[in-house]
Structures are given as structure tokens and as C-alpha cells.
Design a protein around this ligand. Structure first.
Ligand SMILES: Nc1ncnc2c1ncn2[C@@H]1O[C@H](COP(=O)(O)OP(=O)(O)OP(=O)(O)O)[C@@H](O)[C@H]1O
Ligand SMILES: [Mg+2]
Length: 324
């Protein structure tokens, strides 16, 4: 799948500003970016739902603009909005979809069983989808998109709003399909952890532009940070803490309630100096730590923007780019 300098304008506003991408067969690629970055717009152009203002999209070498029917044939889709039929059982939801995709009658039962197993919903075959939790609906939908065994699967924020358990289940499902059938997967996400753990390569997108592209470890190396020193404290203390970082010779990056800095080879020494200076200042900190750079650190360094999670709590487990 290839994108060549793709631009999408809505009137005067440029939502996607010259994105180029080459996604390899069998790759899991994550487009990571905050609200309004242009993720859905990009995916919708790849799906042929929106046409680019300029640029080119090729699916297996087929031009999406010139031959959309043929280009779309191999693509499975999971859109940002969940679209299971609440009045139908899990099984019937799959059946209708299978018929829509012209799965032959004799194969239909097998592919329904496969989808139910894949989504871990075998026990809910005859249950109305309307009674499902958000995570169950999302799993049903993801398995549904895989029923017609597409070569390419596009997912727009497949796990946003889901709990950790459901998120992990969806990751498992995607990994399994990727491994077993070499399905190429392009997904968008606001979850740093999702991009980091699930994706072979990540493209970080902000204001319609690709600001970084590479494997998670390449991205970490790219920012040239090793031994990230991180201190979290109350928002009001950030300015004073920033000054302390500078005093001990560190270059602070300030987020809402935490400061990070590359510690380099002298990280241990720096952290000692930092602890001393902080205790002398009587600032009550929440936490001080040293860690290898995360995608979160990459984002902060590249955009200079703060990264917040949905609830405003600073927990790396759930940290996302939402509400930036
Ligand atoms: N049909 C439209 N008309 C005008 N502006 C639009 C349209 N669709 C999207 N936009 C704007 O383009 C920008 C990118 O939107 P897009 O939906 O691609 O973001 P996103 O990265 O998917 O965000 P989210 O994480 O919230 O889903 C936003 O500023 C949005 O308001
Ligand atoms: Mg979106």
C-alpha cells in the first residue's frame, strides 16, 4: 500500500498535508496522533470514501482514484464508529455481513464460526449484539471485517475507550491474523502503548503532517535520548522544577505535571544532584525515575507538546494523546 504526497483540503483548511507512506505486505503499521491530527481523513482516503485533493493512493499497485472497485476488493474495514446491528444476534450480524461480501453459502457457517472464535464470542452466538459491552461490540466488528479474508485490514482507532482487557484481546486478534494469514494491518491510534507494542512501524502524525516514521526502537533512537530522567509534581511547581533541572545541567521538557530530560551517560550522577536540589527546595514531588525513552518521550520531544491521557492522570499505562 502506497501513499504519494497525499493532501486533503476541506475548503481553506488542510486536514492532511502531503503524507507519503509505503506499507509493506504483512506489516502492522500504526498511525499515531492526537485528536484532529488527520488520521481518519487519511484512512478514509485509503478506503476511497474521500478523494484526495492531490496525491496518489495505490493498493497493491492499483490506483484508488482510477479503479476504486478493484483497489477496494482486498480491504477489510473497521471504522471509528461501531456499526453492529443491535437487534440481531452476534451470529446474524456476521451472517448478513458474509452475504453482503458474497461469501458462498457452503463456506458461510465456517467463516461465522471462525469469526466467533477469533473474537472470543463463541458463548454469545445467540445473544443480541445490542446487549454487548463496548469491547464485545468492537471485537465482533473486528472479526467481522476479517470474515472475507482480506489481505489488508484498515482500522480506525480500534481500541479507543476500551478497557485494558478488551484492548489486549483485540491486539491478540490482530496479531493472530497478521501471523496466520499475513494480513497487512494499518491502524490509527491515540494510545502510545498500542503503537509501541503492536506495530512494526509507527508514523507520528500531527496537524496533517507526518513528523516521524520508523520502528518503535528507531523512533526512540532518533530523538537521541537515553536514560530519560522524569520528575512528576504539582502543576504549580513546574516552573521551579524546570529551573532546578537547568541548574544541574539538564535540558528540561515540560509537560502538564511532569518534566523529562535526557540523562545521557551521566544520568546517575545527575539524578543524585537533582534529588539534593529538590530536597533543598522543599518542593513536594510525586515521583522521580529514570527510564529508557518511550514513544511518549518521542512525541513530547518532536512536537514540544504535552501529552495527556483521558482522565488527566499521568499513568504511562493509559497515557494517550487525547485532549491535547
Ligand atoms: N468533512 C470535513 N469537513 C471539514 N473539516 C473536516 C472534515 N473532516 C475532518 N475535518 C477536520 O480535519 C481535521 C482532521 O480530522 P480527522 O477526523 O482526520 O482527525 P483524527 O486524527 O481522526 O482525529 P480523532 O482522533 O479525533 O478521530 C480536523 O481538524 C477536522 O475537524
Ligand atoms: Mg479519527
Amino acid at each position: 500500500m502506497k501513499l504519494e504526497n497525499v493532501v486533503k483540503k476541506f475548503g481553506d483548511f488542510t486536514a492532511v498535508n502531503g503524507i507519503s507512506l509505503n506499507i509493506k505486505k504483512g506489516e502492522i503499521f500504526g498511525l499515531l496522533g492526537p485528536n484532529g491530527a488527520g488520521k481518519s481523513t487519511t484512512i478514509n482516503m485509503i478506503l476511497g470514501l474521500l478523494s484526495p485533493t492531490s496525491g496518489k493512493i495505490l493498493i497493491d499497485g492499483i490506483d484508488m482514484q482510477k479503479d476504486p472497485q478493484k483497489a477496494k476488493k482486498d480491504i477489510g474495514i473497521v471504522t471509528q464508529e461501531t456499526v453492529v446491528e443491535p437487534e440481531l444476534t452476534a451470529e446474524d450480524n456476521l451472517m448478513i455481513f458474509g452475504r453482503l461480501y458474497h461469501i458462498p453459502q457452503q463456506e458461510l457457517k465456517k467463516s461465522i464460526d471462525f469469526a466467533l472464535k477469533l473474537s472470543d464470542l463463541e458463548g454469545f452466538r445467540k445473544t443480541y449484539a445490542g446487549t454487548f459491552s463496548g469491547g464485545m461490540k468492537r471485537r465482533l466488528e473486528t472479526a467481522k471485517a476479517l470474515m472475507h479474508t482480506p489481505n489488508i485490514l484498515l482500522l480506525d482507532e480500534p481500541t479507543t475507550g476500551l478497557d485494558v482487557q478488551n484492548r489486549t484481546k483485540i491486539w491478540g486478534l490482530l496479531r493472530e491474523m497478521n501471523k496466520a494469514q499475513n494480513v497487512t494491518i494499518l491502524l490509527t491510534t491515540q494510545y502510545l502503548e498500542e503503537a509501541d507494542q503492536l506495530c512494526d512501524r509507527i508514523g507520528i502524525i500531527d496537524h496533517g503532517k507526518m513528523i516521524a516514521l520508523g520502528t518503535p526502537s528507531e523512533l526512540r533512537q532518533k530523538i537521541g535520548m537515553s536514560n530519560v530522567i522524569e520528575v512528576s509534581a504539582d502543576k504549580e511547581d513546574m516552573d521551579r522544577l524546570k529551573a532546578i533541572f537547568k541548574k544541574v545541567g539538564l535540558e528540561p521538557q515540560v509537560a502538564t505535571n511532569r518534566i523529562t530530560a535526557p540523562g545521557g551517560s551521566k544520568a546517575t550522577e545527575k539524578i543524585e544532584m537533582l534529588v539534593k536540589a529538590i530536597s533543598a527546595s522543599k518542593i513536594a514531588i510525586h515521583n522521580i525515575s529514570m527510564h529508557e525513552p518511550t514513544i511518549d518521550d518521542v512525541f513530547l520531544k518532536l512536537t514540544g507538546s504535552e501529552v495527556r491521557d483521558q482522565t488527566g492522570e499521568d499513568t504511562s499505562r493509559t497515557r494517550t494523546l487525547m485532549g491535547r
